[in-house]
Design a binder for this molecule. Structure first.
Ligand code: GDP
Ligand code: MN
Length: 348
């Protein structure tokens, strides 16, 4: 190190310049995280990795949303870690509560029954509010209305490789609206009547169903039944204007009327995925092979060795989930007639 560099501390002018800012335009984009105050140290780990691998060179904003007010510790820690501007929003009550048409007794019985059957989060009210919020409301929060693109980040995720270009710009320039890194089959116990509800929507709103959609990813019999494939929504880079569009709003409201967020335990992952699969053209959904990612218990690690070397990845390629039997990613490649990445091995 030169003497000048050695003398610099984070408070001196020039410290940020040493980190190197990526040239080129920025998109109208933000990171978005839904979290509780108690998630602060787990989201801190996620932010540190997103910053180290990507955002320290791009400085995008970060919006934090909570059904309760964020406390000072949460705000201080996250603001110190994010290189862009941070914004903190409290979710309005009507976006985090039972709609009037929900029969409380029926919903309670469902929770008791699911608790007995040991269905994950089956007894939880807050998890259901979370899934409904992520399905229908995060993209129309006041703070989100300022943006066109979002990247969702959850607590305790990992990013294993450098992200050496701007994913928001990639999405914009390639006319993508939704993206994923991991896909899998949903637990059927959480969504027994979701597809009935989707079929009702398709019948009532045929004008919203896109030509050249991804029905082949969602169904093996032309739409009669759902094969449970979905994109894992704890990672998403997507277009907010699509989510705010009439087709998506009609889709969410139609599902919400049927009550499955409370009478079952519909997740936002199958809801977003089915919407993307039916309302978008299949070319509008992107797979980010070079964004290596972990959320318990699954890993996406690029199989190509050169990619991992070039991007300084620290994931074990043997842990890559993409081509294992419980992943749906090979279906995505098949319906889009894409070549599978270098080094991939199909497993049962
Ligand atoms: P899982 O990934 O499905 O196991 O669910 P998580 O516990 O990770 O929750 C999904 C996201 O919602 C995470 O970003 C959580 O921080 C957030 N979350 C879950 N429950 C609540 C809640 O009751 N309040 C708030 N504010 N955020 C929540
Ligand atoms: Mn999570």
């Amino acid at each position: 190190l030169g003497e000048a560099a050695m003398a610099l501390t984070p408070n001196d002018h020039g410290w940020n310049d040493m980190l190197g800012t990526a040239p080129g335009p920025r998109m109208n984009a933000t990171f978005v995280t839904l979290a509780r105050n108690s998630d602060v140290w787990d989201i801190a780990r996620s932010i540190r990795q997103v910053e180290d691998r990507f955002n320290r060179r791009y400085n995008y904003d970060w919006v934090f949303l909570n059904d309760k007010p964020f406390d000072d510790t949460f705000k201080k820690v996250t603001t110190s870690l994010v290189s862009g501007k941070t914004h903190y929003g409290e979710i309005p009550h009507e976006h985090w509560s039972f709609p009037e048409h929900i029969d409380q007794d029926k919903a309670k019985k469902v929770r008791e029954d699911m608790a007995q059957r040991k269905i994950i989060y089956g007894d939880s009210i807050s998890y259901r509010h979370m899934c409904r919020f992520e399905s229908g409301f995060f993209f129309r929060q006041e703070l989100m209305m300022n943006y066109e693109w979002y990247w969702r980040v959850e607590p305790s995720i990992e990013l294993f490789c450098d992200v050496h270009y701007d994913p928001f710009r990639y999405m914009a320039e390639h006319k993508k609206k939704y993206s994923f890194v991991l896909s899998l089959y949903e637990y059927v116990e959480t969504i027994p009547t979701l597809w009935d509800s989707v079929k009702k929507f398709m019948k009532n709103y045929p004008e919203h169903i896109a030509d050249g959609n991804s029905m082949g990813f969602l169904s093996d019999d032309g739409g009669e039944t759902y094969n449970k494939c979905h994109f894992w929504s704890n990672f998403e880079v997507g277009n907010l204007e699509w989510l705010r569009s009439q087709p998506y709003i009609d889709f969410f409201e139609s599902l919400d009327q049927d009550g499955g967020f409370f009478y079952e335990r519909w997740g936002d992952a199958p809801v977003h995925s089915i919407a993307a699969g039916l309302l978008l053209k299949k070319e509008e959904i992107h797979f980010f092979n070079d964004i290596a990612y972990y959320h318990v218990p699954f890993t996406h690690c690029p199989t190509g060795e050169q990619t991992r070397i070039d991007l300084r990845c620290h994931c074990n390629p043997k842990e890559n989930f993409d081509w294992k039997g419980y992943s749906c990613t090979s279906r995505y490649f098949d319906i889009n007639k894409l070549d599978k990445p270098q080094g991939h091995i199909e497993e049962e």
